[in-house]
Design a protein around this ligand. Structure first.
Ligand code: SF4
Length: 286
């Protein structure tokens, strides 16, 4: 029998959108966005809409598995699993202490994306094991993000999120937020941006993605030319002087003069009138 709607949060990515679920005992039967949620306001992406598919998948593990000597696995109950794991952790910790060495234990995972409780539990476990060896998906996926944070804010763990909802110009470089998200209410934010004539979106991606379909300009770069494109874009934006008249284009420190890169830029085609969408306020040239 299906019960009332219960409020919870999606843990499939770091946005943690508010959800409402209907339960039949322990089983989720229906999912919808929580309109009262302060951040997501009822938004739900296709991953959360398919929560029942993930939760009820036939390959899902429903009990701990213990490896047998021949490499196959056998199901065991939780009490047995936890007791055996605790005994092994105690043995490793005791051996480290007796040898006078730092913890030889390493923790992989936890706190990587939407389910943050693993991070807290993992940190407590590492501390008890006297180890600092913690690895997770962010070690690979977000190394550059942490590096930039360190240089911008003085600490690699100061993390900011893009203010896509309020930007004048969104540049999407090599990703497809229509499908992969990465910022709050992605599809709603992209549609709002597309329908606002005072805002623009540029997608730089070899593939014409769903996000590129919505963009004012899709720039399908040839592989290996990303760095050149980026360097020229920055030069275009930052080499001028601040606007001095009301007719000056919007944006950060753009110049009323021709950008230095216009002669070679494929967007302007050598025109003396810059048509670069980063540069002008009259709309992009495709
Ligand atoms: S964007 Fe999708 S996957 Fe991410 S928290 Fe929201 S509903 Fe879940």
């Amino acid at each position: 029998m299906t019960g009332d709607w219960q409020r919870t949060a999606c843990s499939l990515c770091y946005l943690n959108c508010g959800l409402e679920v209907q339960l039949d005992g322990q089983k989720i039967t229906r999912v919808r966005g929580d309109k009262a949620h302060p951040r997501s306001g009822g938004y739900l992406c296709q991953k959360a809409q398919r929560l029942t598919w993930y939760g009820d998948h036939e390959d899902r593990l429903t009990t701990p598995l213990r490896r047998r000597p021949d490499g196959t696995h056998e199901p065991i109950d939780w009490d047995t699993a936890l007791t055996e794991i605790a005994a092994k952790l105690h043995a490793i910790r005791d051996a480290d202490t007796a040898a006078g060495r730092p913890g030889s234990f390493a923790y992989v995972g936890g706190g990587g994306q939407g389910n943050h409780s693993g991070g807290a539990y993992g940190a407590a476990l590492l501390k008890w094991m006297n180890s600092t060896r913690h690895f997770n998906a962010l070690s690979q996926e977000k190394t550059g993000d942490f590096w930039v944070n360190g240089h911008l804010f003085g600490s690699t763990i100061v993390h900011t999120a893009e203010d896509v909802e309020h930007c004048d110009l969104l540049v999407v470089l090599g990703c497809n937020p229509w499908q992969a998200h990465g910022f709050s209410n992605a599809r709603h934010a992209l549609n709002t941006l597309k329908n606002d004539p005072s805002r623009r979106m540029i997608v730089i991606d070899p593939r014409r993605t769903e996000t590129a379909e919505l963009a004012d300009l899709h720039l399908p770069l040839r592989p290996g030319t990303d760095a050149t494109c980026w360097a020229r874009s920055w030069r275009c934006c930052w080499s001028g002087v601040p606007p001095t008249s009301s007719s000056s284009p919007p944006g950060p420190r753009v110049s009323t003069r021709s950008p230095p890169c216009w002669r070679k830029c494929r967007w302007t085609g050598g025109s003396r009138t810059p048509k670069c969408p980063v540069w002008t306020s009259s709309g992009p040239s495709t």
